[in-house]
Write a protein that binds this ligand. Structure first.
Ligand SMILES: [Zn+2]
Length: 58
């Protein structure tokens, strides 16, 4: 399965990069997810938590 970003429609490659989907993947089963760029836009707090950079202590 390949993870497809539901926002920008990019797919995550095996080496962890996010690239534009192309027709070569038409036979692939996609699971919908979100790429880091879109997560940062949609939910900056969760993005920080996923990166483990949540150093806000207040
Ligand atoms: Zn995205």
């Amino acid at each position: 399965m390949i993870t497809l970003c539901a926002w920008c429609k990019r797919i995550r490659t095996k080496d962890g990069r996010w690239e534009s989907a192309d027709e070569e993947h038409s036979n692939t089963i996609f699971t919908h997810g979100i790429c880091p760029d879109c997560l940062k836009e949609q939910d900056p707090q969760l993005y920080g938590e996923m990166l483990g950079n949540d150093e806000e202590d207040s």
